[in-house]
Design a protein around this ligand. Sequence first.
Ligand SMILES: [Zn+2]
Length: 325
Amino acid sequence: MEMTEVFDSLKKLQGVLVSRYEIEKQIESAPKQLGSQEEFLCTLEKEMNAKDAEYQTIKENVEKLKVELEDAVTSRENGEKNMDNVTTHREYEALDKQIAEASIREKEVRASLQKEEKRLEESLASLENSKSLIDSQKAELDEGRSVLDKQVAEFKSQLDDLKKSEDEISSRLDEKYQETVHKFHSIIKRNSEGIVAVRNGVCMGCHMILPAQFANEVRGGEKILFCPYCSRILFYEETGEEEQENFLDLDETGSLADFLSDEEDDFSDDSEDDSFAAQGEDGYDSSSDDGFSSSGDDGIVDDEDDEDEGEDELDDDGDSESDAE
Ligand SMILES: [Zn+2]
């Protein structure tokens, strides 16, 4: 298998994986989209419960006032009826007092009752208002949920398609690249780019300048090389500015066999993402004599944060072929 095919496959795989992780993120965050609507519904329901309690209180009060009114009316009417049978002045005065008091009470209670009945009416209207608001909110939420369900289903079918492409691309790569593919997944998950160009000896992923010897190897394109700083897979990209001589001096001793033995050693203890950043020397050709192959721990930077540093280095290390000699 030609290395250019491997690089092309990895680039294709990168496109697939970036889409896949993006979609997975969206599926994960989908339920949160309705969170504010659910919260609003919850507030409305609490409000409605409070209104309902108030309505019940007013209703009880109205019933009580109705009984009181009935009492007052009965008392007044009885008084008036008994007036016909009055025989003494004393009886007359007592009845007169009863009627007067009952009339006053009747008037007061009737006024209170009217007021309370009006409140009850308003309370009922407000309660019904709340109920219809809740109904429409529920309907909206249901619709939102069904839209979201469809969206998620659509995402999932996209994922299925992506998985097929992913498997297809992976299966085209030789067995020996499967570990590389595995690492590739981790890098893309974190950085969204797992394979980047090297231009003028600079990694386009982290913008660090690479040791000249190493950059030459990338240029040779004979094996998979990982950036010692950001761990991304590197491929050479012509800029038109570079001189040919670097390429001609390419160290040819780094064979595929070297790479394979390196790979096995390095990959055997590579379990998860976190350990990966320290694995910058993966696939790095041990035949280079610039002392760089021990770069694992201190030379590694995790992300793009170190652009400035990289550019600084560019200034005093632009043409560092001598390093490798
Ligand atoms: Zn890099």
